[in-house]
Design a protein around this ligand. Structure first.
Ligand code: GN1
Ligand code: MG
Length: 359
């Protein structure tokens, strides 16, 4: 078996390796920080190719995105602090390595003195709103050049179908549990309403744009003063509806608890974080159509709902997709997202009024 050090040495890094330690809390890939005695440290990732099946496409998307963003940076800006840089192999220009066990690896430069936050205040949220609005704006001219790394990733019709398939298969024998039946009874009445985006798209009034599609609050790097450095985790950058980035950020940042908090009384929707993010986002996303703006409140509902459906389907399938730390983890996550969904529904009139007053 190859060690992490053997893997790192396939890449064209500077300096020699001091150590390799686990980094971050992603649910899909395995991530490590590589310290060196050279001028830069690195991030090593094992790409989960059961989920990202076309690693060649994945890396070609990411290189296209990072090259594009780098070109657009203002002259004089320190590019390596504002855009990820992926490292090629020593023997070719490829930015990933396939080891003898069928595992895929990649490396990028670790951005020094950068911080991620799981919890943020309104001021940071405003900055993140601007960052994601700007991210979508900057990538708009890459349209047509990126493939879908996970086809139909945020397609709610597909996610609803996958849940019904999981119910029909009942692979883990969990369907008869009373709490499972209760969750199904809460989710099902909303399916049609939550599939609105796909309908609008079919009617020709809702475009796809290049989106980040994983705008969790901890996918933004801040400096020590709380300024935004860089948007990270680019695996899912692909054509989607703008709702993806607006909704998924608020799903994580405006939840007053973590996405797997078992004590549901700690979960509520933080209006101040919402307002600040919406203000920041709307100040940069000049490209939005009226249909997109009018449906931003729906985006805030959609993402807790979709994530509840996804966690729940995984629970029924026997936890084959998301990393779990204990057997009922996906059930706890589902209940958390459903509670957040209820809170958003309660706040919906205020959410809608705020957006209309700030366009
Ligand atoms: C996964 O990789 P990570 O942990 O950033 C998932 C997202 C979910 C998120 C829930 C490729 O993101 O879509 O929103 O977990 N990514 C993929 O925490 O499925
Ligand atoms: Mg991710």
């Amino acid at each position: 078996m190859k060690t992490h050090i053997d893997i790192v040495n396939k890449f064209d890094i500077r300096g020699t390796i001091l150590n390799v330690e686990p980094l971050g809390s992603g649910l899909i890939n395995d991530t490590f920080r590589v310290k060196t005695d050279g001028p830069e440290d690195y991030v090593l990732q094992r790409i989960n190719n059961a989920i990202f099946r076309d690693v060649e496409l994945l890396q070609s998307n990411i290189v296209a995105v990072t090259d594009h963003l780098r070109k657009k940076l203002l002259a004089g800006a320190d590019a390596d602090r504002h855009v990820l840089r992926f490292i090629s192999l020593k023997t070719s220009a490829k930015t990933y390595f396939l080891d003898g066990e069928g595992k895929y690896w990649r490396m990028s430069v670790f951005i020094k003195d950068s911080f991620t936050h799981d919890v943020i205040n309104a001021e940071y949220s405003f900055r993140a709103g601007k960052a994601f609005g700007n991210f979508q704006d900057q990538l708009s001219d890459l349209h047509g050049q990126l493939g879908e790394t996970i086809p139909d990733f945020h397609n709610m019709e597909l996610r609803a179908r996958q849940l019904e398939e999981a119910v029909a298969a009942d692979a883990a024998g969990r369907l008869s549990k009373p709490e499972v039946q209760e969750i199904l009874a809460r989710l099902r009445p909303w399916t049609e309403e939550m599939c609105k985006a796909e309908r609008l798209h079919r009617e020709g009034v809702l475009p796809k744009r290049i989106c980040h599609c994983d705008t969790k609050v901890n996918n933004v790097l801040f400096d020590a003063d709380g300024n935004i450095l860089c948007v990270i985790d680019l695996d899912t950058v692909m054509p989607s509806f703008v709702f993806s980035d607006f909704g998924d950020f608020l799903r994580t940042a405006a939840n007053t608890a973590a996405e797997d908090e078992p004590d549901l009384s700690k979960i509520s929707f933080n209006m101040e974080v919402f307002k600040a993010f919406a203000k920041g986002y709307l100040s940069e996303a000049h490209f939005l159509t009226k249909v997109e703006v009018d449906n931003l409140p729906y985006a805030v509902q959609l993402f807790p709902y979709m994530q509840a459906v996804r966690f729940f389907a995984d629970y029924l399938n026997g936890d084959t997709y998301y990393k779990i730390k204990y057997p009922e983890h996906n059930l706890v996550r589902t209940l958390d997202q459903l509670k957040l969904f209820d809170c958003v529904n309660e706040a919906l009139p205020e959410i809608s009024a705020f957006i209309q007053n700030n366009i």
